[in-house]
Write a protein that binds this ligand. Structure first.
Ligand code: ARG
Length: 250
């Protein structure tokens, strides 16, 4: 792995843009939302249409703000950089709220709580202890990378631009395990029809929506909208339709 990469990303993330204000967004009538739409059931494509829990929730937030949502999909590790480069107003892509990311962007109150789980082929590792000495796949730029490295060491982490590639590497036997989002993994298990198994939850995190650093008018409006949809049944309805349960933080 390129050791300078995290430093370079860190510097790029610290762009100075503070983004369009709420008033500017309202005047335009459109909020630009960035996501990595290969993360079923959070944001994903079904044919040409985007769908998912975060897609529906983002649209509900936009409608609370009185604007239309305009979505674009990008590689996950570009999203926060694009946000600070003013290509989006809001990023909704299951970002774990970490102190490191908080240096670069501002996060909403968490829009759900979840964590990273171990997935392997039947007979493969299911616990953190069993991961020792094994190679583990995940998506580049995610919180999973650091969490896996803590268990198996950096040299045993294999990062992939897309989750689908990480999953494919696991199914093909090129890695011993994958660590990924709990609900994403459940979805992957369904598709694998017994060829993969779920192991332990490796860690828990709070996931938030991101605005450019210092965009306080938008942040306040997003937090207000989230509170409203969590209070009026909209959030629960959306969450249940994708997960069969309400996944808000408790
Ligand atoms: N929760 C993880 C993180 O914060 C992974 C999120 C990946 N999201 C995605 N849309 N691919 O880094």
């Amino acid at each position: 792995m390129n050791r300078l990469l995290p430093v370079m990303i860190g510097v790029a993330l610290l762009g100075s843009a503070q983004g369009r204000t709420l008033a500017e967004i309202k005047k335009a009538g459109v909020i630009r939302i960035g996501t990595n739409a290969e993360f079923k059931p959070f944001t994903y494509f079904e044919g040409l249409s985007m769908r998912g829990f975060e897609y529906d929730l983002g649209n509900a937030v936009a409608s609370q703000l009185g604007v239309r949502a305009q979505w674009s999909s990008q590689p996950f590790d570009n999203l926060l950089i694009s946000l600070n480069g003013d290509r989006f107003d809001l990023v909704i892509s299951s970002h774990g709220i970490t102190p490191e990311r908080q240096k670069a962007v501002d996060f909403s109150t968490p829009h759900y709580c979840s964590g990273g789980v171990i997935v392997s082929r039947p007979g493969g590792p299911k616990t953190a202890a069993q991961l020792k000495g094994k190679t583990v796949a995940t998506q580049v730029g995610t919180t999973y990378v650091g969490q896996i490295a803590r268990v198996v060491g950096t040299k045993n982490v294999r990062t992939f631009p897309n989750n689908a590639d990480a999953l494919q590497a696991l199914r093909a036997g090129r890695v011993d395990a994958m660590v990924n989002e709990r609900f994403y993994s459940l979805e992957a298990l369904k598709t694998a029809k017994g060829k993969l198994q779920q192991g332990d939850l490796l860690f828990q995190e709070k996931l938030g929506m991101a605005v450019a650093k210092g965009n306080s008018s938008l942040l306040k409006a997003v937090n207000g909208a989230l509170k409203t949809v969590q209070g009026n049944g909209t959030y629960a309805k959306i969450s249940k339709s994708y997960f069969g349960q309400d996944i808000r933080c408790r």
